[in-house]
Design a protein around this ligand. Structure first.
Ligand code: ATP
Ligand code: MG
Length: 564
C-alpha cells in the first residue's frame, strides 16, 4: 500500500503554510478545520477536503477542528450531523475534543454584527430580496445604493434588535454591510449579513428568528476557533476580500488566511449535495448509503476501504484549476489496496453445470489453494473437487470466437489449481436451445502440473464443486451515470442515470470456505473482481456479496498508454 503513511508531495497550500511558519505569521501555529453544513451526507469531494485539512494539521503538528457549519436551519438535521461524525471517523481522522457548531456562536455573531452597526459599517435595509438583487448590478454595471443606506446608527441598532425580537415578518428587513456598491467585485456590494427567517433550527429550536449568512458567519467562526488556514473551494475566491474585510473592521485577535483550491469533480457521478438529495428524494437510489452513491456512506457500504479513499485523495493532489478526475483512478486505488490484502477465493456468478464423466461418482479430493499466490504468508485453504462442478456460463462457448481460450466442444482448459478437462459433449434445453450442462473428461496426470506430452493448454478458468459450494447472492454495480459529466448538463440530469447500475444475481455459488466468512470481509473472487460480504444484508446461512470493483483496470491501461 503505497502513500498512506509517507508525507504527501508539496503543493501550493503547503508551500504557503511553510512560508507562514518561516515568517512566524501565526506564531508558527497551524490550525485548520473541516466545516460541513449538516444538510446532507458527505461525498468523496468532501473526503478530499477532509484529507487536506486533517492531513495538513498532522503534517505541521497542528490541529484540525470538525465544525458543523449549521447557520442555515433549512435542511439541516441531527441525522446529517451523526452521519458526518461517523464518516470522518471512518475515514480515519480524529478531532479529539474539537467538535464545534457554528450555531453555538449565534450570540457572539450577533454581538459582532452590533459592533459593525455601531461603527457605521452595517445597516438595516428594508428593500425586498428581489429589489436587492436588481440593484446589485452586474459585472459590467455598477450597483445602486439602497435608500436605507444612510439610516442613523441608533435607528439601525433599534431595528436590528427588533429584528431579533421577532417584531417583523420574514423578509421585511435584512442587515447589510456598508462597503461599496460600485466595487468591481459584486460580493463587496453591500452583502447581506442577516435575514429574518422563522424556521426551527435542529439545535437552537425557535430561539432565533434571524440567521447569519455564510460569508458573515464563516470568517468569524474561523476567527473564534483561532484557525490559521481556512481552506475552501475555488468558488469562494471572490469572497476572500469580504472574509478579510469583516475581520479587519471588527479588529479581531485572530485573522485566518483563506486559501482556495479546486473542488473534486469525478466522472460518471455527481458531487453536489443538492443533486444527491434529489437522487435520494426521487428514489433513484435506495438512500444516501446506496453502494452506487459517491457518498462516503455509499462507498463504505459497497466495500471501499478508508485507505483506498485516502490514497486516492493523496494521488489527485490539490490544484488551482477545476478539472474532472477520471473515476477509474478511484477504482484503481481501491484495487491497489485490496490487491494486497484481499484473500483469493473462487465463486461462480452464473453457474453452468459441468459433469466430469470419467471421475468416479462419490469421490472427493481436495486442492490446496493459496490465499494469495504472491504472498505465501497469507496461507492457503483446501478446496474440494468432485464429479459435478459449476463453471461460469461465459467460460463455455459452443462456437468459440477467435482468441477465446476457454471451454468449447472438443477443447481443453485448466481448472484453476486443479486438473485439465476436455469438453466431450453438451446438453441443451429442448425448448430454448440453451446449454444447460457440459460433459467433460479430466486428465488425472495434470493434477497441478502440465501434461507430459507437451500439449499446450492456455485457458485457466475458475470453478466450484456443485455439492460442496454454497449459494450466494451477488450485486454487480456499474457507474451511476452513462455520461462522463452529468454535472455539465443543463436539462434534468437524472435522464443520464445508468439503468444498468445494479444487477442482482441470486443463483451464484461460492466455494465452501466462504460459508463461515465474517460479514464485512473482502475477497478477490478469481477473475471476477473484489467482493465485500455485506454485513447489512447477509445473515447466518445467507451470503450477500457486493462487487466492489471488477478486476479489469482501465486506469492502469490508460496510464501505461500515456507513458508510451
Ligand atoms: P455541495 O457543493 O456538494 O453542495 P458544499 O460545498 O455545499 O457541497 P459543505 O458542507 O459546505 O458542502 O462542504 C464542506 C467542505 O467541503 C467545504 O469546505 C467545501 O469547500 C468542501 N467541499 C465540498 N465539496 C467539495 C468537492 N467536490 N471537492 C473538494 N472539497 C469540497
Ligand atoms: Mg458549502
Amino acid at each position: 500500500m503505497a502513500q498512506t503513511n509517507s508525507s504527501p508531495p508539496s503543493d501550493f497550500i503547503r508551500e504557503m503554510i511553510e512560508e507562514h511558519i518561516r515568517s512566524n505569521r501565526f506564531q508558527g501555529r497551524v490550525a485548520t478545520r473541516f466545516p460541513p453544513e449538516p444538510n446532507g451526507y458527505l461525498h468523496v469531494g468532501h473526503a478530499k477536503s477532509i484529507c487536506l485539512n486533517f492531513g495538513i494539521a498532522a503534517q505541521y503538528k497542528g490541529a484540525c477542528n470538525l465544525r458543523m457549519d449549521d447557520t442555515d436551519p433549512s435542511g439541516e438535521s441531527l441525522e446529517y450531523v451523526e452521519s458526518i461524525i461517523n464518516d470522518v471517523r471512518w475515514l480515519g481522522f480524529d478531532w479529539e475534543d474539537r467538535l464545534f457548531y457554528a450555531s453555538d456562536y449565534f450570540e457572539q455573531l450577533y454581538q459582532f454584527a452590533v459592533q459593525l452597526i455601531e461603527t457605521g459599517k452595517a445597516y438595516v435595509c428594508s428593500l425586498s430580496a428581489d429589489e436587492i438583487r436588481e440593484q446589485r448590478g452586474t459585472l459590467t454595471e455598477p450597483g445602486k445604493e439602497s435608500p436605507y443606506r444612510n439610516r442613523s446608527i441608533e435607528e439601525n441598532l433599534a431595528l436590528f434588535a427588533q429584528m431579533r425580537a421577532g417584531k417583523f415578518e420574514d423578509g421585511a428587513h435584512v442587515l447589510r454591510a456598508k462597503i461599496d456598491m460600485v466595487s468591481p467585485n459584486i460580493t463587496m456590494r453591500d452583502p447581506v449579513f442577516y435575514r429574518i427567517k422563522r424556521a426551527t433550527h435542529y439545535r437552537t429550536g425557535t430561539q432565533w428568528c434571524i440567521y447569519p449568512m455564510y460569508d458573515f458567519a464563516h470568517c468569524l467562526s474561523d476567527s473564534i476557533e483561532k484557525i490559521t488556514h481556512s481552506i475552501c473551494t475555488l468558488e469562494f475566491e471572490n469572497n476572500r476580500p469580504l472574509y478579510d474585510w469583516i475581520l479587519d473592521q471588527l479588529n479581531v485577535d485572530y485573522h485566518p488566511q483563506q486559501i482556495e483550491f479546486a473542488r473534486l469533480n469525478l466522472s460518471y457521478t455527481i458531487l453536489s449535495k443538492r443533486r444527491l438529495i434529489e437522487l435520494v428524494g426521487r428514489e433513484h437510489v435506495t438512500g444516501w448509503d446506496d453502494p452506487r452513491m459517491p457518498t462516503i456512506a455509499g462507498m463504505r457500504g459497497r466495500g471501499y476501504t478508508p485507505e483506498a479513499i485516502r490514497n486516492f485523495c493523496a494521488r489527485i493532489g490539490v490544484a488551482k484549476n477545476d478539472n474532472l478526475v477520471d473515476i477509474s483512478l478511484l477504482e484503481h486505488c481501491v484495487r491497489e489496496d485490496l490487491n494486497e490484502r484481499a484473500p483469493r477465493v473462487m465463486g461462480v456468478l452464473r453457474p453452468l453445470r459441468v459433469v466430469i464423466d470419467n471421475y468416479p461418482e462419490g469421490q472427493v479430493e481436495e486442492f490446496e489453494c493459496p490465499n494469495r499466490p504472491q504472498n505465501p504468508g497469507m496461507g492457503s485453504r483446501m478446496v474440494p473437487f468432485s464429479r459435478v462442478l459449476y463453471i461460469e456460463q461465459e467460460d463455455f462457448h459452443e462456437n468459440p470466437p477467435k482468441k477465446y481460450y476457454r471451454l468449447g466442444p472438443g477443447r481443453e482448459v485448466r481448472l484453476r489449481y486443479s486438473f485439465i478437462i476436455k469438453c466431450v459433449n453438451m446438453v441443451k434445453d429442448k425448448q430454448t436451445g440453451e446449454i444447460v450442462e457440459v460433459h467433460c473428461t479430466y486428465d488425472p496426470e495434470t493434477r497441478n502440473g502440465p501434461p507430459s506430452d507437451g500439449r499446450k493448454v492456455e485457458g485457466v478458468i475458475h470453478w466450484v464443486s456443485a455439492n460442496h459450494s454454497v449459494p450466494a447472492e451477488v450485486r454487480l454495480y456499474d457507474r451511476l451515470f452513462q455520461i462522463a459529466d452529468p454535472m455539465a448538463k443543463e436539462d434534468d440530469f437524472t435522464k443520464y442515470l445508468n439503468p444498468r447500475s445494479l444487477e442482482t444475481l441470486t443463483s451464484c455459488r461460492v466455494e465452501s470456505s466462504l460459508a463461515g466468512a465474517l460479514p464485512g470481509s473482502r475477497f478477490q473472487f478469481e477473475r471476477l473482481g473484489y467482493f465485500y460480504l455485506d454485513p447489512k444484508d447477509s445473515s447466518p446461512g445467507k451470503l450477500v456479496f457486493n462487487r466492489i470493483v471488477p478486476l479489469r483496470d482501465s486506469w492502469a491501461k490508460v496510464a501505461s498508454q500515456e507513458k508510451k
